[in-house]
Design a protein around this ligand. Structure first.
Ligand SMILES: Nc1ncnc2c1ncn2[C@@H]1O[C@H](COP(=O)(O)OP(=O)(O)O)[C@@H](O)[C@H]1O
Ligand SMILES: [Mg+2]
Length: 311
């Protein structure tokens, strides 16, 4: 999978007549090529995170600029032309008359903020089956159902929600609902999973479980994870790459190390230090320990660093 954004601008309210249009996303350029990236997208409320990620599966299309998304089987090109845009799709090397989005959406799965609000079927099983049934290329209805059911049961096993399959989605707890909604996206086996603030409202255990599940998907199944979060502790522990947005612009795209070591960058983008780094910084300052490396991103590493110093 290759995703390339070239100077993408997006305006929710674009009008040709207006001289000074407001762009909610401005000149966003980025490239995602690897199969096992774990990208955190961060930035203040209203900075354009949700707007940016909705372009990844073409829920939103650029007002100006272009996007290319390529896979073994398909190649999408979208050029923004003000209110219009020009989308082309090559499927297995052939240009399609209608640039349908199904092939793309089965490969790039998008989990919205509060995805549990989108559960609607009678049972959890049916809800998880919805995606794979919809994306299936099977012509026969029975076969399609059968395959979707198998995929749903597989993912339910993996996400430890098998016991919930016969329940109504509305009988579940908030955390369970969230898992079911994510399972519904994963059941189509996308290569890239994009999640908008998936841990908001979860309790600490539910949050940890979900994040570790995503980490496993990334490390074991080599899925690219793109996670929108405002939680710097999550960035510290999980991100391999960080994209920072500020007032619709990408102000940083790189490693977490470089980000957290750049005080101005954090300040200018209204971002905090991860709490573990902050704690080590305070310790270093209060106890005047010059040789302590405060850039440790999890408790075990921080513990080892303190042990190393105290020897
Ligand atoms: N549906 C919409 N219509 C008009 N403006 C919107 C809409 N959604 C978001 N915006 C505006 O676009 C900007 C970026 O919003 P958003 O992408 O939701 O930011 P974030 O996810 O970082 O909080 C904000 O100024 C927001 O008010
Ligand atoms: Mg948002």
């Amino acid at each position: 999978m290759g995703i390339k954004f070239s100077e993408v601008k997006y305006s929710y309210t674009y009008s040709k007549k207006k001289k000074d249009n407001c762009y909610n996303l401005e000149d966003a350029s980025l490239q995602i090529d690897n199969n096992d990236e774990f990208i955190c997208v961060v930035g203040h409320t209203g900075s354009g995170k949700s707007t940016l990620i909705q372009h990844l599966n073409l829920l939103l299309k650029p007002t100006f600029g272009s996007i290319e998304i390529k896979d073994d089987d398909f190649e999408y090109r979208i050029n923004g032309k003000g209110k219009k845009n020009n989308t082309t799709l090559m499927l297995k090397g052939k240009k399609q008359k209608l640039p349908i989005l199904k092939p793309l959406r089965s490969k790039i799965g998008l989990v919205f903020q509060f995805p549990e609000y989108q559960l609607f079927e009678e049972t959890v099983l049916k809800d998880i089956m919805f995606g794979p049934k919809n994306f299936s290329s099977q012509k026969k209805k029975e076969k399609r159902e059968e395959e979707a059911k198998e995929k749903a049961i597989n993912i339910a096993n993996k996400m430890q929600i098998k016991d919930l399959l016969d329940l109504s989605p509305f009988e579940l707890s908030g955390g369970q609902m969230r898992r079911v909604a994510i399972a519904g996206i994963l059941a189509s086996n996308p290569d890239v999973l994009v999640l908008d603030e998936p841990t908001v409202g979860l309790d600490p255990i539910g949050k940890k479980e979900l994040l570790n599940f995503l980490k496993d998907l990334n490390e074991k199944d080599h899925k690219t994870i793109i996670l929108v979060t405002h939680d710097m502790d999550v960035v510290a522990e999980y991100a391999k790459r960080v994209i920072v947005l500020n007032k619709g612009k990408i102000t940083y795209d790189g490693s977490k190390d470089e980000l957290f070591k750049n005080n101005d960058l954090l300040l200018n983008n209204n971002l905090d230090y991860p709490s573990i780094v902050l704690l080590l910084k305070k310790l270093k300052e209060k106890l005047n320990i010059k040789e302590l490396d405060e850039y440790q991103y999890n408790i075990d590493d921080a513990f080892n660093e303190i042990k190393r110093w105290s020897k």
